[in-house]
Design a protein around this ligand. Structure first.
Ligand SMILES: Cc1cc2nc3c(=O)[nH]c(=O)nc-3n(C[C@H](O)[C@H](O)[C@H](O)COP(=O)(O)O)c2cc1C
Length: 181
């Protein structure tokens, strides 16, 4: 059985990206994948500074890196801040990029995002794809950008727009069929 780790780049109460994280997790579970949902709030890391290395690297960085290395699939739901990424996600990727062995070279990664704008995180996701690719990640091609957030999900946390429903199916298909070998 394949395993998947899901996370959100927003840890605020009522986060729409958390809703997306949970939805994609349910769809992966329906496809026969064993899911582990995590909350980045449980992995506290200070703002990265090279002065922390090597003696003051947060234990959460090693713990999270091990989770990324030990799952077949990682799905990241990413908010868009100012056309880029949330500080939380940038900080997380930065700390993990310093971990060895690399946490980016085992799993197949899917990225998606929800934002209040109608372009639905497309700029933020292109930053995330670029950054993950630079450190050796295999990111599946589907661009799962969703917005405006307030109209995107029903009361059960399922997307309402047919095009988004299709894209979720597409990313789940890619995540369960692509492999790094
Ligand atoms: C600092 C900041 C910058 C933002 N920049 C953007 C943006 O560039 N594009 C956008 O569509 N929404 C932007 N938003 C609105 C977010 O999309 C909205 O707050 C969204 O709900 C955040 O995701 P979350 O619900 O998972 O926390 C921004 C919000 C904040 C707080």
């Amino acid at each position: 059985m394949k395993t998947a780790l899901t996370l959100s780049g927003s840890i605020r109460k009522g986060s729409y990206n958390r809703v997306l994280q949970q939805h994609v997790g349910r769809k992966l579970a329906e496809a026969g994948v064993e899911i582990r949902e995590i909350d980045l709030g449980d992995f506290p890391m200070p703002v990265f500074n090279e002065d922390f290395e090597p003696d003051r690297v947060p234990e959460a960085a090693g713990r999270l890196a091990e989770l990324w290395r030990s799952h077949d699939i990682v799905f990241i739901a990413s908010p868009e801040y100012n056309g880029g990424l949330s500080p939380l996600l940038v900080n997380t990727v930065t700390w993990l990029s310093r971990q060895r062995p690399s946490p980016f070279r085992h799993a197949v990664f899917g990225i998606g995002g929800v934002s209040s704008g109608k372009y639905g995180t497309i700029w933020g996701l292109s930053h995330l794809r670029e950054s993950l690719t630079k450190v050796g990640t295999l990111v599946v091609p589907t661009l799962l950008g969703i917005g405006p957030a307030e109209e995107a999900f029903d009361a059960n946390g399922n997307p309402v727009e047919p095009a988004i429903i299709r894209k979720v199916d597409q990313i789940v298909h890619e995540l369960t069929h692509f492999s790094r070998g």
